[in-house]
Structures are given as C-alpha cells and as structure tokens.
Design a binder for this molecule. Structure first.
Ligand code: 4AD
Ligand code: MG
Length: 447
C-alpha cells in the first residue's frame, strides 16, 4: 500500500504512487475520463479516473459520485501546470478508489453562489469551501506565528481567567452571569489586568484566548466573541511597546507568506502588499492624525464621504477616519497619544498633558484599521485610585490590582491584538466573521 500523503506536500511526490484520503469537492466527466477535485483538509487536488483503469461497476459509481462523498484514492502523481487545485499544478491518476461514504445528493452548500445569511446558517458546511478553508488555514498560522515570536523572545504564556469580577474595558460591553453566592461574574473583556500581576513574577508575559464583548456595533470589524493575544512587559514604555508590536506583526505576516502562499493566492490576495510589511512602521500622534483627517476632508469632493470624515479633536476615530489614515500609508501605522477621555481608565497620562494618554493603536493598511490597541499603564498607586473613582468602578474588585502599584511598581506596557482582524487584513477579506470558525455576533449564536 503506497504512503498516505497530504495534498499540501504533493510536490515532493512527483512520479510516485501515493494514497490520499478526502472528499469529492467537484466532479466533471469527459467520456471515458472523470475528473474529481478532491480535498483532504490540507489542499485540493485533481484526480483523473480513466474508464480502462477501473472495473466497470466502480467506474460507473465514480461517474455519479455526489459532492462531499468520502474517498480513498491511490495512484501516480503527475506534474501538470494546468491541473487545478490548491496548491495546484499536480494531478493523481486514479488506479484504485475506495468509496468510504456516498454523500446524500442534496448537499446544501452546492457549488452555486449562496447568500451570506444562508452561508452563515450553514457554517458547519461552509468551512469546507475553498475560500473559507483558506482563511481558516491562514488564521491558524497567524496564531502559531504569534506564539512562536513571543516564545522565542522571552515571553511566558500565562492563561488568564474567563470568569472575572469586574469590567476592565468599559461597563457597556459586559456579558454577565450569576456566580453562585458570590453575586455577578462577567466574561473577560481582556486578560490585561491579570497580566499586569503576572509581569511582576515573570517580566514578560502573554495570554491568548477567547474574549467577550457585548458590542452593540454591527460593523464588519466586530464580533461578540473573538480571540485576543495580549503581551504585557515590565520596564517597558510606549516606544518599547511599539518596537515589540512592529517586530511581532512583521514576523506574523512574513511567516504567513512563507507557509500559506497557495491559500493567499487562492483568495486572490495581492502578495506584494504583504511582502512590504516589515518593521519599522510609521508613527503619528493623534494630533497629527486629526490634522490629516481635516485636510483629507477639505479635499474630499464626495459630500457623503465628506460628512463621514467630520471630526473634532477629542473624539475617538471611527472606521471612516481610520480608513482615511491608513490609506496614506502602505504599511501598518501607529497612532499614539489619544485623548484620555476616549480610552480605558488604566492608561498613563502624557507628561504635562493629562488630556492625552500614552495609548497606541496599530492601524492596518488598505483601509483595515485597528488591529492592535495598547498603552503604557498607570504605575502610580494614587493616580490609579483616582481614575478608578472617577470612572465609578467598584473599588473593592480592584483592590488586588491597586496593590500591584505598592510592591515594586515599574513603568510597564502591553497591547492586545485581535486575531480575526489580523487574519482578515492578511487575507484581504471584507468581514471578520469569516476569520473565525464559528462566528458570534449580536444576531448570531447558531450553529
Ligand atoms: O483595543 P482593545 O479593546 O484593547 C484591550 O482590550 C486592551 N485591554 C488590550 C491590552 O492592552 N492588553 O482590544 C484589542 C484588540 C483590538 O485592537 C482589536 O483588534 C480586537 O482586540 N478587538 C476586537 N476584534 C473583534 N471584535 C471585537 N468586538 C473586538 N474588540 C476588540
Ligand atoms: Mg481599541
């Protein structure tokens, strides 16, 4: 029995007899030939069955195989530039075929175009389609590359709790649950506060897990459950933070380019836009970004777009503002020094300018906008207490967090990176809901 191979490694087997295990994605017949496009989870490959090679009854079954039937195929690998597939360029001659299951003929996600709602209702099947499959393969590599960079740069992985006693990123986006006799608990909006405890034991740490926001926003950038990577570093200021972010994001993009080129090409992604993503990234202040937006609005001739670019110093950037900024650069751009009023309570104020804080967002190019948000944290106990009181946060729940400022407090910084936002940008897709296996939005918890 020839070796069972993975389709993504098929180029290593040119001229050899191999076995693949997979599912029929598409079938076309040309007289004595049947072309099966078979997917095995790692790729899509054309398998050609010739009538003379198989027994008559079996060939007849192959000719009528419905989409999604499970098969095991053995035969020789041949290089052929015209052969479709991912990576493509190879086909397998069908010498043997075992039909493991003949799929029902009424497959809902057939090869015609489907509306988005229908596709989302059938997400359990939609993930088999080439585009969705490619995006989720890229996502997996984004996550692996992220961990790889952190693990190789002295960071310790620390899992932070999902059930938490208080809000950290604003009280309006909390998912609440009853917690036995302890009152209410909330699904974590961030692991950051716990990582701030972790750095005093480990120096540089990260957590990487699901994050929950009861976001009322129905934008293409928001999920109610998403995956966030959060590094946190002791003895690190805002500049140090930006250096770490740009090194890590460069590594992620370059590794996806190395390992997921066939997937990106199958999505029609312009690779030259990604090849250019190398540190250092440009840095602009909120003040300068505000000027830039106002200038762009002056120049804008479309009245509708002009209206969307309306902007007064002090407000947070909306998606149209971020889009306008990122279109001025061909790399991700750091925007730092946002107004204190629009950011979270824990951010260190700018020296002699308390209306501005040491925050930084990393905005991805081509209009994608914020992929990372972070800051230097308040390291002074009394100032932090003042901020907690100003924001009317429950002081009792933050007792431990305040205590961190009493025993060895140092300047420290961290950021959060949204996995689905990064994946969407790298893949060049419209909506973050396609960048997670089973998306959760305000209108969807099924399937
Ligand atoms: O900017 P955010 O809210 O920052 C924090 O939560 C900090 N505590 C992180 C930290 O400093 N440790 O979120 C960070 C990132 C955003 O830049 C975005 O990429 C992603 O998380 N994100 C979302 N992704 C999808 N859906 C949502 N609703 C998201 N909210 C944030
Ligand atoms: Mg943010």
């Amino acid at each position: 029995m020839p070796e069972i191979i993975r389709v993504d490694e098929i180029s290593k087997y040119d001229g050899q007899e191999v076995t693949i295990q997979g599912w029929v994605y598409n079938r076309t017949d040309k007289g004595k030939l049947v072309f099966l496009l078979v997917r095995d989870g790692t790729g899509f490959v054309q398998c050609v069955a010739f009538k003379g090679d198989l027994d008559e009854k079996l060939f007849d079954q192959v000719m009528r195989l419905p989409q999604e039937s499970a098969v095991v195929i053995t035969g020789p690998v041949r290089a052929d530039k015209r052969a479709p597939g991912v990576p493509g360029g190879y086909e397998i001659g069908v010498k043997k075929i075992k039909i493991v299951q003949t799929a029902d003929a009424d497959y809902p996600m057939s090869l015609k175009d489907h509306g988005v709602d229908f596709a989302l209702d059938n997400r359990h099947l939609w993930i088999r389609m080439p585009s969705q499959w490619a995006i989720l393969r890229v996502r997996s590599t984004v996550m692996a590359a992220t961990r790889e960079w952190l693990d190789n740069n002295g960071f310790i992985a620390m899992d932070t709790p999902i059930l938490t006693p208080a809000a950290a990123e604003g009280t309006t986006t909390l998912f609440e649950t009853e917690y036995f006799d302890e009152g209410k608990a909330y699904l974590a909006q961030t692991g950051q506060l716990y990582n701030e405890a972790n750095i005093f034991a480990f120096g540089k740490v990260y957590c990487f897990g699901p994050t929950f926001r009861a976001e009322k926003s129905k934008t293409r950038r928001h999920l109610t459950e998403f995956w966030m990577l959060e590094p946190e570093m002791a003895f690190c200021d805002l500049d140090g933070l930006m250096e770490i972010e740009e090194q890590m994001v460069t590594h992620i993009v370059q590794r996806v380019l190395r390992d997921r080129k066939p997937e990106l090409l199958s999505l029609g992604r312009d690779l030259s836009k990604l090849e250019n993503i190398k540190a250092p990234f440009p840095r602009i202040s909120y003040d300068d970004a505000a000027k830039m937006i106002n200038e762009l609005r002056e120049k804008e001739t479309d009245p509708e777009k002009k209206e969307l670019l309306k902007f007064d110093w002090g407000i947070d950037f909306g998606a149209p503002h971020e889009t306008a900024i990122t279109q001025q650069f061909d790399k991700p751009v750091f925007c730092y020094g946002y107004p204190t009023a629009v950011k979270a309570f824990y951010m260190e104020p700018w020296p002699n300018r308390p209306e501005v804080c040491k925050s930084v967002d990393l905005l991805a190019p081509e209009g994608y906008g914020e992929i990372c948000g972070g800051s230097e944290r308040i390291s002074d106990h009394d100032l932090l207490l003042k901020r907690i009181r100003e924001q009317k946060l429950p002081e009792e729940a933050f007792k431990w967090y305040l205590e961190l400022r009493k025993y060895g407090s140092v300047p420290h910084s961290g950021f959060g990176m949204g996995v689905e936002r990064v994946t969407s940008w790298i893949c060049g897709i419209e909506h973050v809901r396609e960048a997670i296996p089973f998306p959760r939005t305000i209108k969807r918890v099924y399937p």
